[in-house]
Write a protein that binds this ligand. Sequence first.
Ligand code: 13P
Length: 253
Amino acid sequence: MRKQIAAANWKMNLTLQQGEQLLNDIMAMPHTLAHHQQVIFAVPSPYLQMAQLKIQGKQNVFIAAQNCYSKKSGAYTGEVSVEMLNSLGINFVVLGHSERREYFHENNQLLAEKVNICLEHAITPIFCCGEALAIREENKQNEFVSHQLKESLFHLSAEQIQQIVIAYEPIWAIGTGKTATSEQAQEMHAHIRHSLAEQYGTEVAGKISILYGGSVKAGNAGELFHQPDVDGGLVGGASLVASEFIAIINALK
Ligand code: 13P
């Protein structure tokens, strides 16, 4: 079975102390993860080391950065490099979140460069894609998402693409409380898997985890994760509340 993943994206929230407390509370949960299940916390950069220490020795629990830069090192004030992440033992990074695309003007080409440097350094990108409301209203979401994948990922080899986790996050569902229905999520996830299969074959496509993100909560995670092509979630707001996120972890297949 491909990996089923509950990923928390804290975004730019919480103080160090609040983050520590949240991790303590979630780590105290009685649930043990099956070998095909993973929990990932994407925390703000200043908290990466604290978080990495907190999850030490925990099976199938990982820390992710929320971004990294496309260059190895140098005069890029304020940026975080993959070598820095390597030196902290961080194995995952969220790339191409719609908030980074919108507010920091990240485009598909830059994201392809970021994907490449991550893979060169054994860091798994959690690659975000997803359409704005206007695109869905025109019923152009499939083409839009295919284009994002093509421009940022489809230069990869079949071996490399299997190192990627994809997160489908429709922009209209992020932070709005307006979750995609489980049918809408399944439809898009099946489309993404079909695009992967066209490019890399069904066997490879069948191994890639595709997460859903956008107003995932304890109350809807079960139904979403139950869909055959939904392999877990990338969770914003609800990941900041221990009991909610624990319930979301428990909803994994
Ligand atoms: P919400 O769960 O707050 O809608 O955020 C989703 C998201 O953007 C996760 O990356």
